[in-house]
Write a protein that binds this ligand. Structure first.
Ligand code: COA
Length: 250
């Protein structure tokens, strides 16, 4: 638990990080960045945690960096919690799923590029106003957004700063699913959580790691995959799955 604007809970292998500063539309302060970074590092290192969920409140996901903080305490050093959070979300070994309602501005959108599965409701408004604020993209978004959604869409969103909704985010591939209501967001998070928790954690971690670290060539990547595959084929989870299938086939 935390009273700094991030509510951190651990329940049945799931670490949930909930933005909890609704009066400021969940704009992120230095303390909140630090709590997010701490949670993600813990999730990455702690074997009892299999999944991270990131959520906002019903009326807002996250209005981005607290602009008062930017003015009074600009993050010039990599030790600053802003960068610590971004490094931690990029490095997190466990799957991250996110549920979005209401505004998702700046880092409130770019953090989603590091999530594995994202659901957003009709109330969501995404915006990346870096250029109009005299800034530039962060969180690797100038690389990841064109890669995930295409260069032309990224230019509309990162250069023009056009706002967009959940349906547009879904059709561009920024999110997995656009749903109607906040309840639908919760139901989708619950569905994904149940599915992910049933899978062997090592297979999930390795699948995710392989997708995020492409090799120079397809052949090189096959070799990297092959090394993991050869190890996992002897794992207890794989052996049990093979035997379960074969015993049903009899
Ligand atoms: N930093 C600091 N305070 C913020 C904030 C931010 N990023 N976003 C919202 N707030 C504050 C507002 O100043 C307001 O505070 P007040 O009640 O003390 O006046 C409160 O949160 C509610 O915001 P408001 O603008 O009234 O809500 P809204 O529903 O009309 O609009 C947003 C929501 C998110 C669209 C709008 O607040 C906004 O554009 N915020 C700035 C987003 C931004 O530029 N983020 C930085 C990206 S790098």
């Amino acid at each position: 638990m935390s009273d700094c604007g991030i509510n951190t809970t651990l329940d049945d292998k799931v670490l949930t990080l909930t933005f909890d500063r609704p009066e400021k539309k969940n704009a992120i302060t230095a303390d909140m960045y630090q709590a997010l970074a701490d949670g993600l590092v813990k999730a990455s290192e702690d074997d009892t945690i299999h999944l991270v969920v990131i959520k906002g409140s019903d009326s807002a996901f996250c209005a981005g960096n607290d602009l008062k903080d930017f003015l009074e305490n600009p993050p010039h050093s990599n030790d600053n919690p802003v960068w610590q959070f971004l490094f931690a979300i990029e490095a997190c070994r466990k799957p991250i799923i996110a549920g979005v309602n209401g505004p998702a501005v700046g880092v409130g959108t770019t953090l989603l590029l590091h999530c594995d599965l994202v659901v957003a409701s009709q109330s969501t408004v995404f915006a990346l106003p870096f250029a109009s604020l005299g800034l530039c993209p962060e969180a690797g978004s100038s690389l990841l957004l064109p890669r995930q959604c295409g260069a032309k869409k990224a230019a509309e969103w990162l250069m023009l700063g056009d706002r967009f909704d959940a349906k547009a985010a879904e059709s561009a591939g920024l999110i997995n699913r656009a749903v109607e209501t906040a309840d639908d967001v919760e139901a989708t998070l619950s569905e994904w959580t149940q599915k992910l928790l049933k899978l062997p954690i090592e297979s999930v971690i390795e699948t995710r790691r392989l997708m995020r670290t492409p090799s120079e060539s397809v052949r090189d990547h096959m070799e990297v995959e092959g090394d993991v595959f050869k190890r996992l084929i002897n794992s207890d989870a794989a052996q049990a799955a093979f035997k379960a299938f074969l015993s049903k086939a009899k």
